[in-house]
Design a protein around this ligand. Structure first.
Ligand SMILES: O=P(O)(O)OC[C@H]1O[C@H](OP(=O)(O)OP(=O)(O)O)[C@H](O)[C@@H]1O
Ligand SMILES: Nc1nc2[nH]cnc2c(=O)[nH]1
Length: 188
Protein backbone atom coordinates (compact mmCIF):
# COMPACT_ATOMS: atom_id res chain seq x y z
CA UNK A 1 0.00 0.00 0.00
CA UNK A 2 1.48 3.38 -0.92
CA UNK A 3 1.82 6.34 1.42
CA UNK A 4 -1.36 8.13 0.23
CA UNK A 5 -3.48 4.98 0.54
CA UNK A 6 -2.08 4.26 3.99
CA UNK A 7 -2.79 7.80 5.11
CA UNK A 8 -6.38 7.54 3.85
CA UNK A 9 -6.76 4.21 5.65
CA UNK A 10 -5.50 5.81 8.86
CA UNK A 11 -8.04 8.63 8.54
CA UNK A 12 -10.90 6.19 7.74
CA UNK A 13 -9.91 4.03 10.73
CA UNK A 14 -9.88 7.04 13.04
CA UNK A 15 -13.31 8.09 11.70
CA UNK A 16 -14.65 4.59 12.38
CA UNK A 17 -13.75 4.95 16.05
CA UNK A 18 -15.05 8.53 16.28
CA UNK A 19 -18.45 7.37 14.96
CA UNK A 20 -18.61 4.19 17.07
CA UNK A 21 -20.59 3.74 20.31
CA UNK A 22 -18.63 3.06 23.49
CA UNK A 23 -20.32 0.05 25.14
CA UNK A 24 -17.93 -0.83 28.00
CA UNK A 25 -15.20 1.50 29.20
CA UNK A 26 -11.76 0.54 30.47
CA UNK A 27 -12.77 0.37 34.15
CA UNK A 28 -15.78 -1.86 33.42
CA UNK A 29 -13.63 -4.21 31.32
CA UNK A 30 -11.02 -4.38 34.08
CA UNK A 31 -13.61 -5.25 36.75
CA UNK A 32 -15.07 -7.97 34.51
CA UNK A 33 -11.59 -9.35 33.88
CA UNK A 34 -10.79 -9.53 37.60
CA UNK A 35 -14.09 -11.29 38.32
CA UNK A 36 -13.31 -13.83 35.61
CA UNK A 37 -9.78 -14.40 36.94
CA UNK A 38 -11.23 -15.19 40.37
CA UNK A 39 -13.78 -17.63 38.93
CA UNK A 40 -11.15 -19.37 36.78
CA UNK A 41 -8.81 -19.64 39.78
CA UNK A 42 -11.57 -21.18 41.92
CA UNK A 43 -12.41 -23.76 39.25
CA UNK A 44 -9.04 -24.61 37.72
CA UNK A 45 -6.38 -23.29 40.11
CA UNK A 46 -5.57 -26.75 41.48
CA UNK A 47 -5.49 -28.73 38.23
CA UNK A 48 -2.41 -27.38 36.42
CA UNK A 49 -4.43 -26.57 33.28
CA UNK A 50 -3.22 -26.00 29.74
CA UNK A 51 -4.41 -22.62 28.48
CA UNK A 52 -5.14 -22.35 24.77
CA UNK A 53 -5.99 -18.85 23.58
CA UNK A 54 -7.40 -18.49 20.07
CA UNK A 55 -5.28 -16.03 18.12
CA UNK A 56 -5.48 -13.34 17.03
CA UNK A 57 -8.59 -12.01 18.85
CA UNK A 58 -7.68 -13.44 22.27
CA UNK A 59 -4.41 -11.52 22.45
CA UNK A 60 -5.57 -8.63 24.68
CA UNK A 61 -7.84 -10.72 26.91
CA UNK A 62 -5.09 -13.32 27.41
CA UNK A 63 -2.33 -10.79 27.95
CA UNK A 64 -4.33 -9.09 30.68
CA UNK A 65 -5.71 -12.26 32.25
CA UNK A 66 -2.52 -14.28 32.59
CA UNK A 67 -0.84 -12.11 35.25
CA UNK A 68 -4.01 -12.34 37.35
CA UNK A 69 -3.81 -16.15 37.45
CA UNK A 70 -1.42 -16.97 40.30
CA UNK A 71 -1.28 -20.75 39.93
CA UNK A 72 0.78 -23.20 37.86
CA UNK A 73 -0.39 -23.53 34.27
CA UNK A 74 0.94 -24.35 30.81
CA UNK A 75 0.48 -22.06 27.85
CA UNK A 76 0.07 -22.80 24.16
CA UNK A 77 -2.16 -21.24 21.52
CA UNK A 78 -4.18 -22.05 18.42
CA UNK A 79 -4.89 -19.80 15.48
CA UNK A 80 -8.29 -20.24 13.93
CA UNK A 81 -10.21 -17.69 11.97
CA UNK A 82 -13.54 -17.68 10.17
CA UNK A 83 -14.27 -13.96 9.81
CA UNK A 84 -10.94 -12.53 8.56
CA UNK A 85 -11.66 -8.81 8.47
CA UNK A 86 -15.26 -9.42 7.34
CA UNK A 87 -18.44 -8.83 9.36
CA UNK A 88 -19.93 -12.27 8.55
CA UNK A 89 -18.40 -15.61 9.50
CA UNK A 90 -17.38 -18.09 6.79
CA UNK A 91 -15.33 -21.28 6.64
CA UNK A 92 -12.73 -22.13 9.30
CA UNK A 93 -9.12 -21.50 8.60
CA UNK A 94 -6.79 -23.31 11.02
CA UNK A 95 -3.35 -21.69 10.88
CA UNK A 96 -2.03 -23.38 14.01
CA UNK A 97 -3.11 -26.44 15.98
CA UNK A 98 -1.93 -26.98 19.59
CA UNK A 99 1.77 -27.91 19.58
CA UNK A 100 1.88 -29.26 23.13
CA UNK A 101 0.27 -32.49 24.23
CA UNK A 102 -3.38 -32.06 25.14
CA UNK A 103 -3.94 -35.69 26.13
CA UNK A 104 -5.00 -36.08 29.76
CA UNK A 105 -4.92 -32.32 30.42
CA UNK A 106 -7.54 -29.96 31.81
CA UNK A 107 -7.71 -27.44 28.98
CA UNK A 108 -9.02 -23.89 29.12
CA UNK A 109 -9.72 -22.29 25.73
CA UNK A 110 -9.70 -18.48 25.77
CA UNK A 111 -11.27 -16.29 23.12
CA UNK A 112 -12.30 -12.67 22.79
CA UNK A 113 -15.89 -13.25 21.72
CA UNK A 114 -18.50 -15.97 21.49
CA UNK A 115 -20.81 -14.88 18.68
CA UNK A 116 -22.56 -17.75 16.87
CA UNK A 117 -20.30 -20.09 18.83
CA UNK A 118 -19.06 -22.14 15.87
CA UNK A 119 -15.39 -21.28 16.42
CA UNK A 120 -15.38 -22.28 20.09
CA UNK A 121 -17.48 -25.41 19.49
CA UNK A 122 -15.07 -26.62 16.78
CA UNK A 123 -11.97 -25.96 18.88
CA UNK A 124 -13.47 -27.62 21.95
CA UNK A 125 -14.37 -30.69 19.88
CA UNK A 126 -10.83 -30.79 18.49
CA UNK A 127 -9.34 -30.56 22.00
CA UNK A 128 -11.58 -33.37 23.26
CA UNK A 129 -10.73 -35.47 20.18
CA UNK A 130 -7.05 -35.03 21.11
CA UNK A 131 -7.80 -36.71 24.46
CA UNK A 132 -8.13 -33.80 26.90
CA UNK A 133 -9.39 -34.82 30.35
CA UNK A 134 -11.66 -31.76 30.44
CA UNK A 135 -12.19 -28.66 28.37
CA UNK A 136 -13.47 -25.38 29.79
CA UNK A 137 -14.11 -22.26 27.72
CA UNK A 138 -13.68 -18.59 28.61
CA UNK A 139 -14.72 -15.64 26.47
CA UNK A 140 -14.37 -12.01 27.36
CA UNK A 141 -17.48 -11.04 25.39
CA UNK A 142 -20.59 -13.12 24.87
CA UNK A 143 -22.81 -11.73 22.13
CA UNK A 144 -26.54 -11.83 22.84
CA UNK A 145 -27.78 -13.18 19.51
CA UNK A 146 -31.33 -14.29 18.75
CA UNK A 147 -30.34 -17.87 17.94
CA UNK A 148 -29.35 -20.87 20.02
CA UNK A 149 -25.58 -21.44 20.22
CA UNK A 150 -23.82 -24.82 20.01
CA UNK A 151 -22.08 -24.05 23.30
CA UNK A 152 -22.40 -21.87 26.42
CA UNK A 153 -19.03 -20.57 27.68
CA UNK A 154 -18.05 -21.60 31.21
CA UNK A 155 -16.59 -18.17 31.98
CA UNK A 156 -17.93 -14.93 30.47
CA UNK A 157 -16.65 -11.40 31.06
CA UNK A 158 -19.41 -9.26 29.58
CA UNK A 159 -22.60 -9.83 27.61
CA UNK A 160 -22.54 -7.60 24.54
CA UNK A 161 -25.51 -6.61 22.37
CA UNK A 162 -26.16 -8.11 18.97
CA UNK A 163 -23.99 -5.60 17.10
CA UNK A 164 -20.55 -5.74 15.51
CA UNK A 165 -18.22 -4.97 18.40
CA UNK A 166 -14.52 -4.14 18.47
CA UNK A 167 -11.67 -3.28 20.81
CA UNK A 168 -10.12 -5.45 23.53
CA UNK A 169 -8.59 -7.70 20.87
CA UNK A 170 -11.58 -7.63 18.51
CA UNK A 171 -11.00 -6.01 15.15
CA UNK A 172 -12.99 -3.54 13.09
CA UNK A 173 -12.02 -4.15 9.45
CA UNK A 174 -8.71 -5.47 10.73
CA UNK A 175 -7.98 -2.48 12.99
CA UNK A 176 -8.52 -1.33 16.58
CA UNK A 177 -7.68 -4.58 18.37
CA UNK A 178 -5.49 -2.37 20.56
CA UNK A 179 -8.32 -0.51 22.32
CA UNK A 180 -8.72 -1.04 26.06
CA UNK A 181 -12.53 -0.84 25.89
CA UNK A 182 -15.37 -2.30 23.81
CA UNK A 183 -17.13 -0.32 21.08
CA UNK A 184 -19.89 -1.07 18.57
CA UNK A 185 -19.52 -0.13 14.93
CA UNK A 186 -21.93 2.64 13.86
CA UNK A 187 -24.87 1.20 11.94
CA UNK A 188 -24.10 -2.42 12.84
O1 LIG B 1 -18.64 -17.44 17.67
P1 LIG B 1 -18.23 -17.26 16.24
O2 LIG B 1 -19.39 -16.73 15.40
O3 LIG B 1 -17.61 -18.47 15.62
O4 LIG B 1 -17.18 -16.06 16.19
C1 LIG B 1 -16.20 -15.89 17.15
C2 LIG B 1 -14.82 -15.85 16.52
O5 LIG B 1 -14.74 -14.76 15.59
C3 LIG B 1 -13.56 -14.03 15.82
O6 LIG B 1 -12.48 -14.58 15.14
P2 LIG B 1 -12.14 -14.25 13.63
O7 LIG B 1 -12.59 -15.37 12.75
O8 LIG B 1 -12.64 -12.87 13.28
O9 LIG B 1 -10.57 -14.26 13.65
P3 LIG B 1 -9.59 -13.29 14.49
O10 LIG B 1 -9.49 -13.88 15.87
O11 LIG B 1 -8.30 -13.35 13.75
O12 LIG B 1 -10.21 -11.93 14.51
C4 LIG B 1 -13.34 -14.18 17.31
O13 LIG B 1 -11.97 -13.96 17.63
C5 LIG B 1 -13.77 -15.59 17.58
O14 LIG B 1 -12.70 -16.50 17.44
N1 LIG C 1 -14.43 -8.00 15.90
C1 LIG C 1 -15.43 -8.86 15.96
N2 LIG C 1 -15.23 -10.12 15.64
C2 LIG C 1 -16.28 -10.96 15.71
N3 LIG C 1 -16.35 -12.27 15.46
C3 LIG C 1 -17.61 -12.64 15.67
N4 LIG C 1 -18.38 -11.61 16.05
C4 LIG C 1 -17.55 -10.54 16.10
C5 LIG C 1 -17.77 -9.16 16.45
O1 LIG C 1 -18.86 -8.68 16.80
N5 LIG C 1 -16.65 -8.38 16.36
Amino acid sequence: MNHTDLNQKRLDTEAMLAEADLLFDQATCQTALETMAAAITAELGGSYPLLLPVMGGAVVFTGKLLPLLRFPLDFDYVHVSRYGDKLEGGNFHWSRAPQSSVEGRDVLILDDILDEGHTMAAIKQHVLDLGAKSCHTAVFANKLINKPKPLVADFVGLDVPNRYVFGYGMDAAGAWRNLDAIYALAGH
